[in-house]
Design a protein around this ligand. Sequence first.
Ligand SMILES: [Zn+2]
Length: 136
Amino acid sequence: MGLGGMDTKQRERNCFVDSCSSAPVTSLGQQDLCLNHFLLRCYEKLERLDPRGGRFCSETLDAAAMRAFIEECSRKALDVSLHCKDLSNLERGRLLDILLWAGELFLLLRVPRFTFAASAAPVDSSVAALAAAPRS
Ligand SMILES: [Zn+2]
């Protein structure tokens, strides 16, 4: 092949990740990915979108882009789980995990931010109230 290296017909047969020679099963953000790298990309990105996780960075992402990714990610995960015939139990489990996580994030991101921090307080006070309650 030429020196161009951008021959898209050649690229279409392989996973987008350079070192990977697996056949792509789906795509994410215009990149063809094999199952393994699709799962990795999803986990990586979901981790960064999850406000409950340590790797959350809201500054670099806008709400519309987050929602678009979450939608794409869950749509593709469902698609792969329905159309890939030879998935292992572990791979199925991961696809399901991504689907559930994406669904959860979709709901979380629609809720105003302050509700996350506030949720700890009522639990503490009800535990204190329980402890203080006289036994009958
Ligand atoms: Zn790959």
